[in-house]
Design a protein around this ligand. Structure first.
Ligand code: HEM
Length: 532
């Protein structure tokens, strides 16, 4: 029988260190040994539990977007899409009522390098949003730039291999990057953004976001329109010159994570407005691009940005690993009223995300608090590593883990509205789309850049291309000339100067205005950027 002093020890121990079995840890400084200098013993459970858990602290990092920062918040709907009631286009419940709030978790990221790489690198930034809606989760897995490098999912692994470090030296190499890109001319528009200041957003709060791929909105009648989603920061947009990025990196390689965390701790909650661009469902032969081609912008004058709601981030995670690292977003995670289009990248991505997450986090990754829906989840799934939730409900005959059944279990749900059932026909084929138009929009983007952005673009391209094989340089120059005369001329001039040693190629005078002159001008103006 426990005496009084045992009971008071037990009370105190409730708040003290234990192992995972709930045993009090009374010695956490020394392993168990034979004598205080003798060999260790193998039955030392506390030590073995501690060290073997430590040995498993890491899960594999994301194959891309390894470095990230996250925050919680909410999405507030305007009840409208532009001037029309939201229901005209979509029956998705989160958009219907003005002021309706849906909880969200957002993860921002860089793409190519690992979990502790600098946040100043030239790279797209990920902008992934998980909406915990009343109809289950919706993930909008986007980037800061509104287009992408390639338009067919088949090319994604090659592209990432070329952008990641060389498999022999483990060094990232611009020649590999430009070898792939020059051989894949659809990358030209995206590289025009990435090598401009748009390739280094100043932080996560002052950047745009975009779903990039084309989705569909579906209304109650099962009628669909094509849609693109974009986030516009209420903090304004700010991008960095290469020089500024290098200065920040020299002092702080976590600056974007720190900026986001501190802003939220200080109650300075970042906000973005969600906009959609809408197009009638169809091939649109009148356009010089295919609406399902993710290397293209939808011109704003023809497809205006229509506001639908706002996002506010107001809470930092309590635990980075549990919430940010283990979060799992995917393009297949849609709710009723939002549907897939035939965008080939979207289709390819949709398989990839949950596939990698079953490997990265585990078969039951959707049971983790950060990933699980905040609605009832009633599946007949069984087992798998680390399963701890049981969906079967006692009142429904808990032994029935199959459907259909006369004896109990869960029944199929009622559909919400008319299904969207597009008619599809054609030969099964492996072919590119017809309207590729690889450089036209890149020329338009170049012409919209301010002078300091153009100068940075040329300087950054010269810096990287000048170490590439001449054949790669020639191919890239042809694309630049095709896009825009000035673009082509300035790039050719810069590369020739670099070759003749007249320029250190990274900071010297290129074209009419030197990158450094333009940078100084930008510094004076604080380089707030206009959205494209
Ligand atoms: C076929 C093309 C693509 C494939 C196969 C692909 C595949 C992947 C994979 C495997 C991950 C790691 C996911 C994880 O471990 O949880 C990932 C992450 C991510 N991808 Fe893609 N991706 C593709 C294109 C894109 C595009 C076009 C965008 C931008 C719209 C994008 C945005 C993201 C983001 C933001 C993340 C990080 C999500 C997070 O924060 O956890 N990806 N992608």
């Amino acid at each position: 029988m426990a005496d009084k002093s045992d009971r008071s020890k037990q009370e105190k121990n409730k708040e003290r260190l234990t192992n995972r079995q709930g045993h009090p840890v009374t010695q956490n400084q020394n392993i168990r040994t034979v004598g205080n200098r003798g060999p260790g013993t193998l039955e030392n459970y506390d030590y073995i539990e501690k060290i073997s858990h430590f040995d498993r602290e890491r899960v594999p990092e994301r194959v891309v977007h390894g470095r990230g920062a996250g925050a919680h918040g909410y999405f507030e709907a305007y009840g409208k899409i532009g001037d029309e009631p939201a229901s005209k286009y979509t029956r998705a419940k989160l958009f219907q009522e003005k002021g309706k709030r849906t909880p969200v978790f957002v993860r921002f990221s860089t793409v190519i390098h690992g979990t502790h790489s600098p946040e100043t690198l030239r790279d797209p930034r990920g902008f992934a949003v998980k909406f915990y809606t009343e109809d289950g989760n919706w993930d909008l897995v986007g980037n800061n730039i509104k287009i992408f490098f390639v338009r067919d999912a088949m090319k994604f692994p090659d592209m990432i291999h070329a952008f990641k470090p060389d498999p022999v030296t483990n060094i990232q190499d611009p020649e590999r990057f430009f070898d792939f890109c020059a051989s894949s001319p659809e990358t030209f528009h995206m590289v025009t953004f990435i090598h401009s200041p748009w390739g280094i957003p100043a932080n996560y709060r002052q950047m745009q976001g975009s779903g990039v791929n084309t989705y569909k909105l579906v209304n109650d009648d099962g009628k669909a329109v094509l849609v693109k989603f974009h986030w516009e920061p209420n903090q304004g947009i700010k991008n960095l010159t290469q020089k500024e990025a290098e200065e920040i990196q020299g002092q702080n390689f976590n600056h974007a994570t720190q900026d986001l965390y501190e802003a939220i701790e200080e109650g300075n909650y970042p906000e973005w407005e969600l906009y959609v661009q809408i197009m009638e469902d169809g091939e649109h032969p009148e356009l010089d691009f295919d609406p399902l081609d993710d290397t293209k912008l939808w011109p704003e004058d023809q497809f205006p940005w229509l506001p639908v709601g706002k996002l506010v981030l107001d809470k930092n995670p309590d635990d980075y690993f549990a919430e940010v690292e283990q979060s799992a977003f995917g393009t297949g995670v849609l709710v009723d009223g939002i549907d897939f289009s035939d965008d080939k990248m979207l289709q390819g991505r949709t398989f990839s995300y949950s596939d990698t997450q079953r490997h990265r986090v585990g078969a039951n990754y959707l049971q983790l608090p950060i990933n699980r829906a905040r609605t009832e989840v009633n599946t007949n799934q069984e087992g798998g590593n680390m399963r701890y939730e049981v969906d079967r409900e006692p009142s429904k005959n808990p032994a029935i883990n199959y459907e259909p059944s006369i004896l109990g279990g869960y029944e199929e749900a009622e559909p919400y509205g008319k299904d969207h059932e597009p008619y599809v026909e054609g030969n099964l084929t492996r072919e590119s789309i017809d309207r590729t138009s690889n450089t036209k929009q890149a020329g338009e983007t170049f012409r919209q850049f301010e002078e300091w952005e153009k100068a940075e673009l040329i300087s950054n391209l010269v810096n990287d291309l000048s170490v590439c094989d001449q054949r790669i340089q020639d191919r890239w120059m042809e694309l630049a000339e095709e896009a825009d005369e000035e673009y082509g001329l300035r790039l050719r001039e810069g590369l020739e100067k670099a070759k003749n040693g007249m320029d250190d190629s990274s900071r010297g005078p290129i074209g009419n205005t030197s990158a450094s002159e333009a940078t100084e001008k930008a510094e004076r103006e604080g380089h707030e950027a206009d959205p494209y």
